[in-house]
Design a protein around this ligand. Structure first.
Ligand code: UD1
Length: 351
């Protein structure tokens, strides 16, 4: 069996690390990796391949730093050429980025089966580029690997049980990654206080709306006066903050590696983020998370009152400080058993 894996953005490297390891362990499958180049800085891309021992990509497309249409279009054209040449049995795509959509579309148009890891997630906010990518990718896939029960429910509500598409609830590959790599966490080179809030910010709906960005930076400044805040800065956010003239008073640093992020997750008191991945990683490490968005694709943690959408906190700064003093009970298997990678590979082999 031959599989082409398509990755391009930071969270996809973490997810692919889990499945690629399971593919190698299972034997009998040839995997080739296409890196679209959507994320290209050394600290957004290369460090993940080195640290997590992901096989080096066979194809590098270098399609980064473009608007959505141009980015997706150029990826589509180049991925198609590779698929025509390689004739894989499956194309494996991850998550919700432009690289995910380009890979899925190129494959389906060539009648190559698409399997989507992290299928069925919905924010029900069609203004998010990620939501458009998810919906379209799910619809052209043959195999949908869902991380949660709510993801399966979303697909059923959209009528997916009437389509010729197989849905499998596998658990979350990011949970596998956290379990597998947590003992390799590494302290970053900068100063890390004893107690701190770990924050990240990169979603277009936060960074590209000046009023929203200003509210968030000023709120983090307020919180920092009570509990130190550390924010590894995504290049998109750095650019927008510089253009806006906003002045973060909290500690910002360059993007950190996955092993450094694991250290920060282990040491922090609370997570505040608009990232999909960190919303669950905070839970894996027993911390509450304040979600810097209006809605989430991971509602189970909000239902459990472990994560909180920021606008539902009546007194934002005080509530954040209070949450940072509490720890989380992890007594439910919301994200599987840590064997999602194996389940995905077993399903691919028997499909
Ligand atoms: C993308 C995904 C998002 C995912 C996120 C993870 C889409 C639509 N969005 O958002 O779903 O959660 O990745 O980080 O696919 N840049 C650099 N260096 C890099 C990478 C990016 O300078 O290594 C710059 C780009 O040139 C661009 C900006 O950062 O100006 C944003 O990058 P982009 O690829 O558009 O999307 P993300 O915001 O990272």
């Amino acid at each position: 069996m031959k599989i082409i894996t398509i990755v391009g953005a930071r969270p996809q490297f973490v997810k692919a690390a889990v499945v690629s390891r399971a593919i190698a362990k299972a034997g009998g499958i040839t995997e080739k990796i296409i890196h679209t180049g959507q994320h290209y800085d050394e600290n957004m891309s290369d460090v993940f391949f080195t640290e997590m021992e992901i096989p080096r990509p066979h194809f590098n497309l270098h399609v980064g730093g473009l608007n959505h249409g141009a980015m997706t279009g150029r990826m589509l054209e180049q991925i198609e050429a590779i698929l025509v040449e390689e004739k894989p049995d499956f194309v494996l795509v991850y998550g919700d980025t432009n690289s995910t959509l380009a890979g899925a579309l190129a494959a389906q148009k060539l009648h190559i089966k698409v399997s989507h890891v992290e299928a069925g997630l919905r924010s029900y906010n069609m203004r998010m580029p990620e939501e458009v990518n998810r919906i379209l990718t799910d619809r052209v896939s043959s195999l949908l690997f869902c991380p949660t029960q709510s993801a399966v429910n979303n697909l059923k509500a959209e009528g997916y049980d009437k389509f010729d598409i197989r849905i499998v609830q596998t658990g979350d590959v990011m949970y596998d990654a956290a379990l597998f790599y947590s003992s390799r966490s590494r302290k970053p080179l900068f100063n890390v206080p004893g107690s701190f809030v770990l924050a990240t910010l990169h979603r277009a709906e936060n960074t590209d709306d000046p009023a929203r960005l200003s509210f968030l930076v000023n709120s983090l400044n307020d919180i920092h006066r009570k509990v130190p805040v550390i924010l590894p800065l995504h290049p998109r956010t750095r650019k927008k903050i510089e253009e806006s003239g906003l002045a973060p008073e909290f500690q910002v640093c360059d993007p950190v590696s996955y092993f450094e992020m694991l250290y920060l997750l282990q040491q922090c008191s609370l997570v505040m983020t608009d990232s999909g991945g960190l919303q669950k990683e905070s839970y894996f490490f027993g911390k509450h998370c304040v979600i810097l968005r209006e809605e989430t694709e991971w509602p189970e943690l909000v239902d459990e009152k472990i994560n909180f959408l920021y606008h539902t906190l009546p007194s934002f700064t005080d509530d954040v400080v209070e949450l940072s003093e509490k720890r989380v009970q992890k007594d439910k298997e919301l994200y599987g058993k840590g064997n999602s990678g194996e389940l995905i590979v077993d399903t691919l082999k028997s499909f």
